[in-house]
Write a protein that binds this ligand. Structure first.
Ligand code: HEM
Length: 386
């Protein structure tokens, strides 16, 4: 599907019919075993979806905000100390946020054996009641969930946001003008003596528009996630038989001329005045009003949308407040199409420079990291407790 009008008609308006997934092949099963994104429609899907909605809905994602706030301070400090390792820093941020939410432990470094033995440690931690496990506090059923479900949330939750953040750093480096405008807004609203906070969101329309445009310009899942139908239908005079597979081509849909002017231009301005969050926007009846389709469609809309949007806001606003992200002179031009193979296509390794905007910014970011407090133990200390 390459036209927004058709995507809306089929996957949103006929969402009851087009919310199945194609049969899994063995490769996909191995890469992403027993996970909601790939689960076929039916009783099992509805149950799992309910569980995910509880786990990742607005209420729980509110509780995760304090961990996103904390981890973003750590990320700024790490970016200052070793900017060339930005890939690892974005991965650590996302992994730690999702571990904080699911297991109540934070991940302070990626070379910790926990990352190499992810599966084993999850097995162990799943057997322990750890203090401060946010999701369990809200969703007692979590304690009875199977390891597969939990592993699924960790995988989806960390890979997606970190890949998106890496692609964001690349797009920002390629668009210094947009970056400058965002920084002017941050300087005006936030000032120089503190980091942006959750409370600033309503006062940062350019940052909000920038995040929407980043989703539109470089959607995380280029080719989308396939939907499949469970009934025969007639659409535009054609019979569409049941089990038809729809591939929402996110790249093409994000460049649909009917919706976006000059779609190949990176222009956050196109979203100024659109004050609706991406979740509400996805539910709008008019496909010409929805912001972008990066989070998918209908009943299969990304369940992590609230958590992901919060993570992106914390990272984008704070990184731009503290640093200039730029291309490195003499290097070949950056290319947004250079991505790894695999289901979630991470940007292939690339280099950008990340330099502090001022001495004052360095002082504030280091102090913010120093003063940060969390109620969660580090994975190191938890292992010792075992
Ligand atoms: C920038 C970050 C993210 C993007 C762009 C994204 C995008 C997507 C897309 C395109 C889909 C498929 C939708 C469809 O089939 O129409 C999806 C599904 C899903 N996502 Fe995300 N996602 C992100 C982050 C997350 C996070 C952080 C989590 C969890 C913590 C998450 C959990 C899920 C789940 C559970 C599904 C399956 C929904 C279903 O099949 O019913 N996502 N996501």
């Amino acid at each position: 599907v390459t036209k927004l009008r058709d995507a809306k008609e089929l996957m949103d308006k006929r969402g009851a019919i087009f919310s199945d997934r194609p049969p899994l092949n063995i490769v996909v099963k191995k890469v992403w075993p027993n996970m909601l994104p790939l689960k076929p429609a039916g009783e099992g899907f509805r149950l799992l979806r309910r569980v995910y909605i509880d786990l990742l809905g607005p209420k729980t994602s509110l509780a995760v905000k304090k961990y996103q706030e904390y981890e973003s301070r750590m990320m700024l400090r790490d970016l200052y100390k070793t900017p060339e390792a930005f890939r690892a820093h974005t991965e650590r941020f996302s992994t730690s946020v999702i571990f904080s939410a699911v297991y109540g432990v934070r991940i302070s470094r990626l070379d910790y054996p926990i990352m190499h033995e992810l599966f084993d440690i999850m097995k162990t931690t799943a057997n322990f009641v750890l203090p401060g496990r946010v999701l369990v506090d809200y969703v007692p059923i979590l304690e009875r969930l199977t390891l597969d479900i939990l592993k699924g949330i960790i995988d989806v939750g960390s890979e997606t946001t970190s890949s998106m953040m890496q692609s964001i750093l690349k797009v920002l480096a390629m668009n210094p003008e947009a970056q400058k405008k965002a920084q002017e807004e941050l300087d005006q609203v936030v000032g120089h003596s503190r980091l942006p906070t959750w409370e600033d969101i309503p006062k940062l329309p350019y940052i909000r528009a920038l995040i929407k445009e980043l989703h539109r310009f470089a959607p995380l899942l280029y080719i989308g996630v396939p939907h499949a139908s469970t009934e025969d239908i007639t659409y535009k005079g054609f019979t569409v038989p049941k089990t038809t597979i729809l591939l929402p081509n996110a790249w093409a849909l994000s460049r649909d001329h009917e919706r976006y002017q000059d779609p190949d231009t990176f222009a956050p301005e196109r979203f100024l005045g659109d004050d609706i969050d991406s979740y509400t926007s996805a539910k709008l009846g008019d496909y010409l009003k929805r912001d972008h389709i990066s989070y998918g469609w209908g009943r299969r809309l990304c369940q992590g949308i609230h958590l992901a949007e919060n993570s992106l806001y914390m990272q984008v606003s704070r990184v731009l407040w503290a640093f200039d992200v730029a291309t490195i002179p003499g290097e070949p031009p950056l290319n947004i199409h250079e991505k790894d193979d695999g289901f979630i296509k991470k940007p292939k390794p690339f280099r950008v420079s990340i330099t502090p905007r001022s001495d004052e910014a360095v002082q504030v970011l280091l102090q913010s990291a120093e003063e940060a407090v969390t109620d969660l133990p580090d994975a190191d200390s938890v292992e010792m407790a075992f």
